[in-house]
Design a protein around this ligand. Structure first.
Ligand SMILES: Nc1ncnc2c1ncn2[C@@H]1O[C@H](COP(=O)(O)OP(=O)(O)OP(=O)(O)O)[C@@H](O)[C@H]1O
Length: 281
């Protein structure tokens, strides 16, 4: 159930590329007729294949980008200090400007015109929130990819954005770092920060999460993660399969069990949930 208080709302939004000619013929729209609302405190996963329009949608919500957009777009400007939503990108080095996490966050605050006397306290707090406090003076080149991503996230938190957009931030991290970054961002979300989590890894979806799926710039699914994986009676396929995504191993196992007549609804999304669902009471 999504809250009534929207931070951003798009109604029938379409985006056309700025360049015309050949590109317009192959791809007249980058996004087509998108209606979507993002409630305060929500965790929204945005999924889709390469080129489906995820980053375009993220940049539109964030307030960056150069295209022709049409339709209605509302953002609660009173909640965004700078009017823009910070985006953390896939490449850990892309967002680092300082030579240590401390310097990076301080520079972010200076850029946003935060009063000098307040900067140290805010920076320290943001680095503590992301678990980087003990490493805040460590040279950037000695930080791991995950620690760099957490530094970028700390910078976003420091400027008090009520929303964070994370664009495939775990794509270049090892499995342990992925879990660490994900846990930290979940913690921030539990504390009230609205999160748009862009991913191609469906194992990152958690039970009860909202999932929004794009295909060739069009909205193809907006609902709970469990529904993405539930096979329909008529077609025998789940929205996940219809969209051509590979389901996580635990979901594929659940489908096999369902085919054998085991009733598994809601569909178990973790190995623990699956084990519990098939264990006789
Ligand atoms: N400003 C622009 N002008 C023209 N075309 C653009 C522009 N921005 C993006 N595109 C095109 O729009 C399509 C969607 O790109 P986008 O980066 O949003 O997809 P994506 O789902 O994030 O892909 P990926 O997973 O590969 O990052 C692509 O075909 C891309 O080339």
């Amino acid at each position: 159930m999504f809250s009534e208080k929207y931070l951003a709302e798009l109604t029938n939004v379409s985006v056309k590329p700025l360049t015309y000619g050949e590109q317009m013929k192959v791809q007249p729209y980058l996004l087509k007729d998108i209606s979507i609302s993002i409630a305060e405190g929500e965790w929204m996963n945005l999924i889709g294949r390469n080129g489906s329009g995820k980053s375009t949608l993220a940049r539109l919500i964030a307030g960056f980008g150069a295209w022709h957009a049409e339709g209605k777009f509302y953002k609660d400007q009173s909640r965004f200090v700078t009017g823009q939503v910070p985006i953390v990108l896939q490449q850990p080095d892309a967002s680092m400007v300082g030579s240590t996490p401390w310097e990076d966050v301080v520079m972010m605050l200076e850029q946003h015109g935060v009063e000098g006397m307040r900067i140290a306290g805010i920076a320290e707090n943001a680095l503590r929130q992301t678990g980087l406090h003990a490493r805040m003076h460590q040279p950037v080149e000695t930080l791991s990819g995950g620690q760099k991503q957490l530094t970028a996230i700390a910078g976003c938190l420091a400027v008090q954005s009520p929303m964070l957009i994370l664009d495939e931030v775990t794509a270049m991290l090892d499995p342990e770092a992925c879990i660490h970054v994900m846990d930290k961002v979940r913690e921030l979300n539990n504390g009230g920060v609205t999160v748009i989590w862009i991913t191609q890894k469906l194992e990152e979806l958690a039970p009860g999460d909202r999932v929004v799926a794009l295909e060739q710039g069009e909205l193809r699914f907006d609902g709970e993660a469990e529904k993405l994986f539930e096979r329909q009676v008529m077609s025998g396929l789940s929205p996940c399969e219809e969209l051509g995504f590979t389901a996580p191993y635990v979901i594929q196992t659940a489908w096999e069990l369902e085919a054998l007549g085991v009733n598994l609804r809601p569909i178990p999304m973790t190995p623990e949930m699956l084990a519990k669902a098939v264990t006789p009471l």
